[in-house]
Ligand binder design. Structure first.
Ligand code: ABU
Length: 461
């Protein structure tokens, strides 16, 4: 729906080609184009309308079928309608008295997600602004379980606490590289156990393992079942960052990627990624049934959470959160799930992964393209070698040259506005492209276009 709106808007403005993903300007140029200064007097409505047109015009069209830059893309119309409604009714999800509808909807969505994860006994959860926050909640709860008087006595009474994770985590980085254990982007369970023993031998206290289901760059899945065995043995909290890969659980064909997730203590899952809910829509889910979330974060603000209210105050969910103000993001997922049903969500996941597989096979067929590794999920990572580099022997010099290719191709695609594809280095690996296939609006032709366009933009390098 928004896509149509955007295209119509641009269509009326003949200076902008209809199908550009972005209209690139440097920050200095854009500041001038937008006239950002706020003045004493207000502007006329016609000028304000132009401001709105400009805001759309110069924004990146992330719902364009050739936007592949991030772990979100495309437009889910029902979710967008929910966003509009949530903004229009303008409420705050801390108490039932100001957000009765959204409080119940959040509860319903969380229950359904918990059921899908397979926590038979139920659990708890909260929507919050982004996966990093969800991961922080997990750390808080794991630490609180280990040390329930943490809020009173503070950190100084605690031993040296250790969290173990793989090096390919999203934005949470390893504090000490020797506690990072991974292979092909996946955690190696035997190495994990060695590191737990290492930490203990140094007098530190491992209390939590963070596994990842769908790493940001490679889309790798840690072996949750095997990691759960180790966590049970050592009594460690197991959190899974499934912000990106959690959607695979909706698919009978692909849920094996998350095998064992019903055994973990907590999960971060962002429906705004693969499932295309409007930004932001990010859930933290916990298997605990003892109100750990509430006990850990409660500040008992007496002006919000009066215990002598006339209704059941267990519906005042805001005291579980580190935030005060909180948007009713669950509604954006609830409405689309209601409209589409679980079956359609499943089909979307299956389709996205089938398209990613198509792209990987195309890459293998084409001269000058090389996969970084076989994709496990919807991330397709590859290098493009321009003709001038194709016959060079594999050497550090070649990799050094190759490292410069993706940034130039990226600059050219953005200045042309033809598409957006991300690139990054990874450890010692030279810059490579990362295609992320999500939206059902993406066709095989769009994927062919990407490969042709990369060649066209980079063949002279
Ligand atoms: N939360 C990490 C998302 C980064 C990306 O969209 O690539």
């Amino acid at each position: 729906m928004l896509q149509v709106l955007l295209l119509v808007d641009l269509d009326n403005d003949t200076s902008v080609p209809v199908f550009q993903v972005c209209e690139w300007h440097s920050p200095e140029q854009l500041k001038k184009l937008l006239d950002l200064e706020l003045r004493d007097g207000g502007e006329a409505e016609s000028e304000i309308l132009q401001r709105c047109r400009d805001a759309i015009r110069y924004s990146v069209k992330t719902s364009h079928p050739r936007f592949f830059n991030q772990l979100y893309a495309g437009m889910e119309p029902y979710s967008m309608v929910a966003s509009f409604i949530a903004e229009a009714v303008k409420t705050n999800l801390y108490t039932y008295e100001v957000a009765p509808v959204f409080t119940l909807m959040e509860d319903a969505v969380l229950r359904k997600m918990i059921k899908v994860i397979g926590w038979e006994e139920g659990g708890d959860g909260i929507f919050n602004p982004g996966g990093s926050l969800s991961n922080m909640y997990a750390v808080n709860l794991a630490r609180y379980r280990y040390c329930p008087d943490f809020k009173e006595v503070g950190m100084f009474s605690a031993p040296r606490l250790v969290i173990l994770t793989s090096q390919e985590v999203s934005v949470v980085s390893c504090l000490r590289s020797e506690f990072c254990v991974f292979f092909r982007g996946r955690m190696i369970p035997s190495a994990l156990e060695e590191k737990i023993m290492l930490a203990k031998s140094e007098g530190a206290v491992p209390f939590m393992v963070n596994a990842t289901a769908g790493t940001t760059v490679l889309g790798a899945f840690d072996p949750i079942d095997e990691i759960a065995d180790i966590c049970e043995k050592h009594n460690l909290w197991l959190h899974v960052d499934a912000c990106w890969g959690g959607a695979a659980i909706m698919s009978k064909k692909h849920k094996h990627l998350l095998k064992g997730i019903h055994r973990v203590d907590s999960v971060a899952w962002n429906p705004h990624k693969m499932l295309m809910a409007s930004l932001q829509c990010s859930a933290f889910l916990v298997r605990d049934k003892t109100s750990l979330l509430q006990h850990c974060h409660s500040a008992r603000a007496s002006y919000l959470f009066q215990q002598d209210k006339f209704y059941d105050v267990s519906y005042d969910t805001g005291d579980k959160s580190v935030q005060c103000s909180r948007k009713p993001d669950a509604f954006k997922f609830w409405l689309m799930w209601k409209a589409l049903g679980s079956r359609e969500l499943e089909q979307r996941v299956d389709r996205a992964l089938a398209m990613a597989r198509y792209l990987a096979e195309e890459i293998k067929k084409r001269e000058g393209f090389r996969l970084v590794l076989e994709p496990e999920y919807a991330n397709v990572c590859f290098w493009y070698l321009p003709p001038s580099m194709r016959n060079l022997p594999e050497s550090p010099e070649l990799w050094k040259k190759l490292h410069t290719v993706a940034p130039v191709v990226k600059q050219r695609m953005m200045k042309k506005g033809s598409m957006m594809v991300g690139y990054q280095p990874l450890g010692e690996k030279a810059n490579f492209f990362r295609m992320v296939v999500i939206s059902p609006q993406v066709s095989r032709q769009d994927l062919d276009f990407v490969l042709n366009e990369i060649h066209n933009l980079g063949k002279d390098l």
